[in-house]
Write a protein of this length. Sequence first.
Length: 60
Amino acid sequence: MTNSIFEKMVLTKENEEALEYATSKEYLKRVKASEAKRAKHKSIIHKPLSKEVQKALLAL
């Protein structure tokens, strides 16, 4: 097998900064937060509406 792409890549100054940012805690926190938000959004949308919610929406 070949080495990983990170081992083969010649690190220029820009690449070093990009790699540093991608592995930073701030970036990872932001990614986790957006994934959690996306999962929450999907779970809300794909759940069928309860009868109480349907009645409340019809009453509007």
